[in-house]
Design a protein. Structure first.
Length: 611
């Protein structure tokens, strides 16, 4: 529980509540910029103005599932109630309320809120990992993504036409029942399913779950040692109950095939399933003294250990990474296997499932859990050095004739076309490219290679290029940190040097625009002390852009922005600003970026005619 106040606190109720809940803290909001997550917040504030309202809004912007209570003094203002309403407070606490009854209510509210949160979270897991269809008043209204993936259909009408007609719907909808049946999939192959119908609290709503039965579709060496997600959760629940009478704790090692969907796009279903079978047999062989190996999601596996230290858990995970990387180096596939070691000591089931969900959807950060609980072991490819890993990736793409893409960003314009590696050697590769891409490669003397089979984009230098034959020799490879064209909106460089003023509280910085989009601007300038003070701050940007619709031929723009990146080297700094929402300026920038893109395309086409 967290008690929040502004500079002063004198509520006896707040003091009694804090004393009744173990681990409670009391914080003056004037001393903080961020707020940790707690289950319950008690807010004690007597005077509310715009600054305080904005401060509370910022502190609570990501506190979705917490309970918030406001202590209201005898003399209060309407703005206090407005703030309570804005933050979606559970209720208000008045000065004459019985403290003992209030504490009982808080405990009851908190328990119900935790149960509801866990229920919602489990529901989200079911939506992502279970294959089911949903009926309301005997009409099909929803099908899960897992069902679409399993059967190969793309929309609800196809599900109704091709799946529902195979089911004994009258029986399944009239009562809760379980049956087994062979169903036809999208590619006219057949598989057996365990089919279960279940009515919700509302009698007119019905779920029908369809679980693929492995014993009917697998060979004699089926993966019976791999448990499903439901079995995993049941084992975890069972171990939590056992913990109440023993000191044994459980811990996990998670294994995620990050690019499974890309592999499924590049290879046939038979080839991918064959690899997965061999991979899981290898995992089972490497990892010893485990309770279970479970498939938690289509690309996410979890190994449960019991009664081992964090040091031993990390040692097991390191050993697994080393051995599985050796196995992967012999495969025709290039799967990216991410590995975590996860110690659950002191964590409850809610924390565990939440953390596993974040690892699975790649949204985990060190802020989510203590560093001594979750350790990122790395990717299986991490055991190779950079050059060895790049050679391996390029060789596999060439050997298996997998198409790649080339990326060049010319004056901010992304040029990203398909290409093929036609010859491979240890020093470089020969690439067949499209003409427009080749023009920019010749101008920039470099390019970026992209593929779903690459763990990272690969930067390369152009050693030789023949535009007539559309062949280039590239070498000097290195990994690109992040995605080379990961940008929400297209950016362009200006046609001429464009000065810009960055101002804050009367102080100013002068620079020039490096590139610009409808949502951000990158600025280059000489180092000044002010640069160190505006990181993550709001600033005002002022600059002039050409505009054909203006009588003067240009338009002056002043727009608020937030500094999101600031780097300096050798006295020169680069500052990236995210523009705050402004419909008028956004339309001007949109028109400018669009016109500038057309100019760059015309420019490249003119250059192309010279070759």
């Amino acid at each position: 529980m967290c008690h929040l106040y502004c500079k002063t606190t004198d509520s006896p109720q707040a003091k009694s509540i804090l004393n009744s809940f173990e681990g409670s803290v009391s914080i003056d909001i004037s001393t903080i910029e961020t707020l940790a997550s707690y289950g319950v917040y008690i807010v004690e504030v007597y005077k509310v103005d715009k600054d305080i309202s904005e401060k509370f809004k910022k502190l609570f912007e990501d506190k979705i599932d917490s309970l918030i209570y406001f202590i209201v003094p005898n003399e209060y203002s309407l703005t206090l109630f407005q703030l309570a309403f804005l933050l979606k407070a559970k209720t208000i606490i008045t000065a004459n309320q019985d403290v003992n009854r209030l504490i009982l209510k808080l405990r009851s509210d908190y328990k119900l809120n935790q149960e509801e949160h866990l229920h919602n979270m489990l529901g989200q897991i079911v939506l992502k990992t279970e294959s089911f269809i949903f009926f309301k008043n005997n009409e099909l209204t929803y099908a899960s993504q897992k069902l679409f993936d399993t059967f190969g259909w793309k929309d609800l009408s196809q599900v109704e036409k091709n799946i529902c007609k195979q089911l004994p719907l009258h029986e399944l909808l009239s009562q809760d029942t379980v049956t087994q049946q062979q169903l036809t999939l999208h590619e006219n192959s057949n598989a057996y399913f365990d089919i279960r119908s279940s009515t919700t609290e509302k009698v007119e709503e019905k779920f029908i779950f369809l679980e693929l039965l492995k014993e009917h579709v697998s060979s004699e060496d089926e993966l019976s040692f791999v448990s499903n997600r439901i079995s995993f959760i049941e084992v975890v629940k069972e171990k939590f109950i056992e913990q109440s009478i023993s000191s044994k704790k459980i811990s996990f090692m998670t294994i995620q095939i990050e690019n499974l969907k890309s592999l499924q796009n590049d290879w046939s279903k038979v080839e991918v399933e064959g690899f997965l079978k061999d991979f899981l047999f290898e995992v089972d062989k490497i990892v010893d003294k485990k309770i279970i190996l479970a498939q938690y999601d289509s690309d996410f596996y979890i190994v449960i250990f019991e009664d081992i230290t964090l040091e031993l858990l990390k040692s097991k995970a390191d050993n697994f990474q080393h051995k599985i990387s050796g196995f992967l180096s012999e495969q025709q596939f290039n799967p990216f296997i991410d590995i975590y070691a996860f110690d659950t000591t002191t964590l409850d089931l809610n924390d565990i499932l939440s953390t596993l969900g974040k690892i699975s959807n790649k949204s985990i950060t060190q802020k989510d859990i203590a560093k001594d609980k979750l350790i990122y072991i790395g990717n299986a490819h991490d055991k190779m050095d950079e050059q060895e890993s790049i050679k391996h990736l390029l060789r596999e793409v060439y050997t298996n004739s997998i198409q790649i893409k080339l990326l060049n960003i010319y004056k901010g314009l992304c040029i990203n076309t398909s290409a093929t590696i036609v010859k491979y050697n240890e020093d470089g590769v020969y690439i067949k490219f499209e003409h427009f891409q080749g023009i920019v490669m010749k101008l920039e003397k470099e390019t970026v290679l992209q593929s779903s089979s690459f763990s990272q984009d690969i930067k390369a230098k152009v050693k030789f290029i023949n535009l007539e034959k559309k062949i280039a020799l590239v070498e000097g490879f290195s990994f690109v940190n992040g995605n080379a064209n990961a940008r929400k909106y297209s950016r362009v460089s200006c046609s001429a040097r464009t000065p810009i003023i960055i101002s804050q509280f009367g102080a100013t910085l002068s620079g020039e625009i490096l590139d610009i989009s409808i949502s951000s601007i990158a600025v280059q300038l000489k180092y000044a002390k002010l640069v160190d003070h505006i990181r993550a701050d709001t600033v005002m940007l002022s600059f002039v852009l050409p505009n054909r619709n203006s009588l003067e031929g240009s338009v002056k723009i002043s727009v608020e922005a937030k500094v999101i990146l600031s780097t300096c080297k050798d006295g020169i700094c680069k500052i990236v600003c995210e523009l705050l929402k402004d419909d008028v300026n956004e339309s001007i920038l949109m028109e400018y970026v669009y016109n500038r893109q057309k100019e760059i395309i015309v420019e490249v086409k003119k250059i192309a005619r010279q070759f």
